[in-house]
Design a protein around this ligand. Sequence first.
Ligand code: TYD
Ligand code: MG
Length: 459
Amino acid sequence: MAKDKTIFTCTECGGTSPRWLGKCPACGAWNTLIEQVAEAGPGKNRLSAPQGYAGLAHAQPVMPLAAIEAQDVARTPSSIDELDRVLGGGIVEGGVVLIGGDPGIGKSTLLLQAMDALQRAGLPTLYVTGEESGAQVALRSRRLGIEGSQVKLLAEIQLEKILATVEATQPAVVVIDSIQTTYSDQLTSAPGSVAQVRECAAHLTRMAKGTGIAVILVGHVTKEGALAGPRVLEHMVDTVLYFEGDTHSQFRLVRAIKNRFGAVNEIGVFAMTEKGLKGVSNPSAIFLSQHSEPVPGSCVMVTLEGTRPMLVEIQALVDSGGPSPRRLSVGLDKDRLAMLLAVLHRHAGVACMDQDVFVNAVGGVRISEPAADLAVMLSITSSLRGKPLPKGFIAFGEVGLAGEVRPAPRGQERLKEAAKLGFSVAVVPKANAPKKPIEGLTIHAVERVEEAMDVVRGL
Ligand code: TYD
Ligand code: MG
């Protein structure tokens, strides 16, 4: 087969070069040229003057928005409830999903389970494995108790062969495990390189849109925890799901970071068991560590990312540090921690300047909402003073640079969930205090950080 010509395009200015150069000849930026297939041929995608614009005018009719009929997307539930929840109801025809996460967290396991369920529901599926051999996948299926599965398996990494197989077998859903191992022989760069990942994902996306086949791409993450490969990958796909959680703990979260067909920040919760991932339908208390008596440096908060409130324990350890004390956070934003320490010092007189400060959200969960601020501050103060917060205590609320405590969205729901789980004392932003009392819960509404500190001191 004759190879299409490749060209090198600058990611900064779009300039091209027939060969790789360290420096873009057009804009002078370094290391920005990446390889691309020049299928279209130079100028073919551009509007050239002699041809004029008229030749393109009939490509698609222009219509007023009101004349276009809205179509509901057709979804097929995977029958794995927690996965359907993050997908926004199920697998969408022609939809492209990118699912990322640390190695060993359970991406392949979840997808094999999902494919088996879809196959049973009558949807033809194809699982393309580039990371493991067919025998290894078979071994996993035995572990999952689905060894009799009719899911079609293809151990292949070359894009052209994968696309040919898809065309020949006509599945409704294809899993590519993973996009980093897939390569196109049109490009000379190595599999996993930015150029390859981008080109392969673009081809697969085009195939999905053209045929209505749903495509699920497994993506690697970098050491920093971001999805590996070009950022453009996230723009190309319809849905980005991200696996979170500590591989040493049993629980795993799947979070929707982007979803053209559903809500973002929806969370699916799973437990890794001997027989694969099992959905946890009532996850509100799984991120609490079980202390029989309260310990210093621990504060429970109610987070509400997605539709379900969850109680998460925030732990802090403040310990005398060296000349340049460390600030470390796991599961919480590091810059935000530095900011909260400054607010704590300035507005509540709590100084940690010469102390190491470590903060951790229990269970490997990642909390991105600022409603964690108050709990972070209270756990730090509790650790610094060596004084535990009272039993059954929760707190939430965003803290601003001026020391004000701002409300968290849907505060009532959070408080009700805490009460349901037996929590008895809450410190919350004033605007979140309910009008009617919640049974079993004493609520202290605060407007400022120093007020929150006073309330806690008096408990
Ligand atoms: P895997 O799905 O291979 O992870 P990824 O594709 O994200 O790299 O997950 C494998 C891990 O899960 C491995 O450490 C073993 C564990 N596991 C179980 O605990 N129970 C099971 O039933 C299976 C299949 C895997
Ligand atoms: Mg895998």
